[in-house]
Write a protein that binds this ligand. Sequence first.
Ligand code: ADP
Ligand code: ZN
Ligand code: ZN
Length: 740
Amino acid sequence: MTARTVEVAVFAGVRGPARTFSYLVPDGLDLLPGHLVRVGLGARAVPGVVISLDGAPAARELKAVDALVHPLPLLRPHQLALASWIAARYRCGLADAVRAMVPPALASRARSSRLAAARGERTEAIFALDSGGRDALAGAVRVGARQLATLRALAAGAVTSRDLADAGGSAAAARALAKRGMVLASARAVRRVPAEFAFPDEDRARDLPATGPQAVAIGEITGALGSGRGFLLHGVTASGKTEVYLRAATTALARGDGVIVLVPEIILTAQVVARFIARFGDRVALLHSALSAGERFDEWRRILDGVADVVVGSRSALFAPLERLGLIVVDEEQEPSYKQESDPRYHAVDAALELGRITGAAVVLGSATPRVVTYEAARKGEITPLALPERVGELALPPTTVVDLRLELRTGNRGTLSQALREALQRTVAAGEQAILYLNRRGFATVVLCRDCGYVAKCPACDIPYALHVGGRGAEPPDSLVCHRCGRREARAPEVCPACGSARIKQLGVGTQRVEEEVRAAVPRAKVIRLDRDAIRAKGAHAAAYERMRSGDAQVIVGTQMLAKGFDLPHVTLVGVVNADTILNLPDFTAAERTFQLLTQVLGRSGRGEAGGRGIVQTYLPEHYAIRAAAAHDYVAFAEAELEGRRRFGYPPFGRLAMLSTQAKKIETVEKRSHELAAWLREAAGDDAEVLGPAPAFAAKRAGSYRAQIVLRGDPERVLDRVTVSDEWTVDVDPVTLLG
Ligand code: ADP
Ligand code: ZN
Ligand code: ZN
C-alpha cells in the first residue's frame, strides 16, 4: 500500500532554518523515506527529502507533493536514523540534521526536475515508475506490449536498461513512456574522472608484513565488522595506525561493505588521503571543504550510485550515502574540528559511534593523543582499547629538553629563541639536517603572565586565568581582568607582578615573523620557510612548503598549528617549540589537553629518519604536568593528572556540558536576558547540573554585539528538558571548548 501523507524536510534555501512539513502523496506515486521531492512552499517550489511516511493525520488541507526528483532514495534508512539521533542529542530540528546529510549543491540542482549526474563522467540510464505509469498498469491508458512489459518490470523493481531488457522491456520503451509522464528517466554515474590526488609512490607498506601489535589490532577490528563495536587505536606517531586502517578497510570491502574515513582537515592530512587513493584507487571518494559545491556534489553522487565505496573526508563525510557500511575510521580523534560549530552541533566522534550502533559498522578512533574522555571510555570497556606502543622500524621518540624561559630572561636573553634552541638550530643546519620551529598562535595577549616568574593572574573563585580586556583609550575604562567562567571582574589589570614585582607582566605577542627573523639571524646560510595562517592563504602553500622541505631545498620551517600534521620528513632532526604554554593559559577545560596534544604531535615530527632527532620545548611553566608529560612522551602520566583535575571539577568524562550563548547590540539586553535564563536554569537544575555564569563570552564583543554564555555542568539534558530556551540562545551540547 502506498503512503497517503509524508513528512518532508524542506530546504527552502541554502541558509535559514530547515523545517519539516506534511504533504499529501498523489495517487500512483510510491514514495520512500529518503526520496528527494519537489514540494510547494508558499508560492515557491522547493526541494525536500521525505523523512517518514504516514505521519499524523492531516488536520487541515494539505498540499500534494509536486514531483519525485530522483528515482532512488538519496538518504539511506541508517542516515535517517542518525539524523533523528543528532536532532535529539544536539537539540536541533530534524530537518537541520537531514540537511547536513545532503550536499549543499543539492538544493539548487533539485530545482530542475532531474538530478544532474556528475560532470565529465560516463553515465547509465535509470528509470522508475511515475504516477501515470500506475494508471496504465491498472488499464486506464493503452500502451504497446513492449511498453507494458517495461512498466511491469519497473513496478517489480527494475532500475537499469539491463534490468528492463532482462524482463522483456527496453530502455527505448521506457524513454517513450517518460515523454507521456508514465516513467521517470534519469541517469547515474558509472565511472569517475581520474583522481587529481594521486601519489602512487605513497603505498610503500602495502606488501610488508604487519608488526605484531598491528596484526593484533587488525585482527580485533576485522573480527568486529558487523558488530557495531568501537575501538580506540592508541598509537604514537608513525606507529603504523594508517596501515591498520588500510588493512581493516580491505577486509571490509571484501565483505561488500563500504568504509568511511574521517580526517580532521584533508589539506593537512594529504599523506593519509594519498595512501587511501594509492591503495583503493577510483573506489575512493573525497569529501572536503576545499572542493567547490559542484565537485562535492559529484563525489557525493559517486557514493550514492555505488561507484565509490571508500569515503575519505572531513567531519561531514560521516553522512556519505553508502548503501552498506562496515567500517568507520576517525583519525586523530582528538581534533576539535570534529565538533561542528553551527547547527546541527554534532560531534563526529560520538555520531560515528552511534552510526556504528545503527549499522553494525566497526568504529575505530585513532590517535597518538586521544582525548581523556576517549581514554576513559576505553578503560571502562565502553570501547575496546588497542595499542601500537612503538614506532615502526624501531625509531625512538625524540629525547626532549624543557627550557625554562624565566631563567633565559634572567641571563639577559630577550629574544624568542633560547640559547639552547639557537645552538641546536645551528648544529642541525651545520650537519645538513632540517629543523621545525613551532609556535602556538592562539592565546597570546589574553593572559596576564609575568615573564620573570611565570605568575598568571587567576580568578580566585575558579582558579582559571583571567582574560585581559584591553581598554584605556579615550573614555574607556583602563585594562581590566574578567573571568570567563563566573563573570567576576577586576577593574584594573596589575602593572607589576604581584608575586615578584617585575614590570614585565603584560604580554606582548610573538609572531611567526619575528621568530623567522631571529632564525635567519642565527643561521644566515640556511633557507627558511614560514608557514602560518597568513602564508597559507595562497592555494597550495602547505603542499609547496612540504615539498621544499622534502626535497631538501629548505632547511628550517617556522610555523603554527598547521605544521603539527602531515609533515613526515625523515631529515628533520630538531623540533623546537618556541612557546609551549600559550594555550595552557587559556581559560578552558581542555587547555592542558590541547597543549599536551599539540606538543606531542609537533615533537613527533622529529626523528622520523635514521639520523634520529631531538626536541626542545620553551616554556614559562616547566613544572606543568602537560608540558612535562609531553616532553617525556608519557601519555598515561598526562591522562592520570588530567583526569584527576576533571574529576575534581566535574568536567567530562565525569559530567557533561552544555553551553548556552546569546548576543545583542546592547549590553543591558544581554545582561537581563542571561540573568533571567540563568535563574530559570538554576531553579530547574536541582541536583542534576551546576549552572555556571552568566559570564561574558571569551570574545565578549564581536561585530558590535555583546556576547554572554551560561554553562551547564553535570547532566545538562535533564535540565534542558525542563526549560524552554528561546531562539535568542544557541545551545551547544557537549562543547569541545567553552571559549565561545
Ligand atoms: P601512523 O599512522 O601511526 O603515523 P603509519 O601507518 O603512517 O603510522 O606508519 C608510519 C610509517 O611506517 C609509514 O611510512 C608506513 O609506510 C610504515 N609502515 C607502516 N606499517 C608498516 C609495516 N608493517 N612494516 C613496515 N613499514 C610500515
Ligand atoms: Zn613575577
Ligand atoms: Zn571565576
